[in-house]
Design a protein around this ligand. Sequence first.
Ligand code: SF4
Length: 605
Amino acid sequence: MANGYMGKILEIDLTSKKIGTIDTDMKIAEKFVGGRGLGARYLWERVKTPGLDPLSPQNPLMIFTGPLTGTILPGPSRLVVCTKAANTSPASSSYPKASTVAYSCMGGQIGPEIKFAGYDGVIITGKSEKPAYIVIDDSKVEIRDAAKLWGKNTNQTDLLLSQELGPTFRTMYIGPAGENLVKYAGIITESSRAAGRSGVGCVMGSKNLKAIAVRGTNIVPVADMEGLVALRKEMFNALKTWNGYDQWRRWGTAAMLLASSQAGTQATKNFREGTDLQGAKIGAPISEKEFWVKHRSCFQCPLHCMKIGQVTSGPYKGTIAEGPEYETGTMHGSNCQVTDVAGMMKSIELADDLGFDSISVANVLAFVMDLYDKGVVTSADLDGIEMKWGNVEGMIALQKKIAYREGVGAILAEGVKAAAAKFGKDADKFAMHIKGQEIAAWNIPANHGFAIVYGTSNRGACHQVGPTVEEQQRRTMCDTVVICRFLYYGIGTALFQKALNTVTGWKLDDAAFFRVADRIWNQEKVFNAREGFRRVDDYVPKRMTTDAFTAGPKKGAILPPDKQEQILDEYYTKRGWDTKTSLPTEAKLKELDLGDLAPVVQGLR
Ligand code: SF4
């Protein structure tokens, strides 16, 4: 068994109920390492033709760890869910079911447990005849009947699983949104941690798979344990001397709510503005003073950036939600013009409990509020709900309709791009997405780097990928080794690179390390290109290039159309891609040892 790896991938076919293992292909692992990288290559090898319906039994739902997952380092907690996305689509394609790659990272405790159970990953195909859940207890693996879990919200599912299996199992599950194939359903763990993006919960629901529970007793093999112990100490010291250490531990990402608003980058009023003029009412100081009751951490992480808030009075008394942190606080807060933190927390709690991608569902709610404000839809179109800005009760009612696909909820369950097409009129002007995935909490006009972040992300609008090629390489490696990006902010990539070598016994230098990231990005890019995605799919919503901010410190900010063209040209050139189509060049693919993809791309030119 190679160091850093458990040497096996668990493979489960829910149609035939066949359970087995395959050896982790170390030739692939040496080129793509782990997590998102393994996902990119295994997806390519298992989805051999374009246009596969993401909700078909053939679409593999793959969960990958990385070589650092489950080691003694600070915070090696993550897994990555990889599949063909349920929620994206190109501007045009020969394939009606065309979509991008999907990868979605999950923290908490379950990633390490998969390795402790003896697996580098789990690949699930097929579709169970009846609702099912999977129990992995080291080498003992069972597919069980999920009749008693199906239909339950995520909190209830978590509770029922822990009552049945006890506290030593780690679990991940979908809620009603995933069961009812809401395109932007997520997979939840520990009630509020999520592999939220890319519609991975919808793919899981399409397989009639409610939950996965894991327990393991193995340890991760390490090439140089003495070296790793020393490195662990070095990493903890690096974190403690990081100037963001105290702030991160105290406030987590909620600290960015006010800072982003002041910089004009906070999604506000369905992305019409970048500064929330009421922002002081929802910032971290209010939450800390009035709502937060405890900090929570992922596996072995000293930052405990997750804040658990509780509402103790008023109409939302009893609400318990994570945060509000930056993304959910902005998307359910300023972007919907909610200034009542308790109400915002209720909306966030419900989004997790119904099993949505909290970012996407809040983007959908803001989209509807914008349409309502402009008279594109009326309450008659919304089953009687008056979706005025800031209407928390309307947000609650609409979330429930979407999760169960009731009335207008069936339209909104398809995401803003498809819903805009269904509503007609000018609704598409209000749909804030790229490649069909809803934009997250950072707005673009006051910081044009976000046009690259969202536009070029291979999984559709994603705030996490970085504004330059170099930063994208660093963050791709975080998703690959696999570690939390917040730890990378505090520790930097150099120590994680050293950790990868110490754990595996490899001797990757800087160039080789970043070449892996480049290879992964290009592998994903070619998958998308084969589906029909091109340069036109990397543009931001048109309104950001026509309507300037009207208020706040960045009043007048806009992304001029020619600036967008210029930054995309520069980006593609730096990537080694053709600027007209955005397709990787043959030379680039060969340089990355991806020569087998060159004929495919050649056929697309
Ligand atoms: S920084 Fe926060 S999200 Fe990241 S591993 Fe630590 S606790 Fe989890």
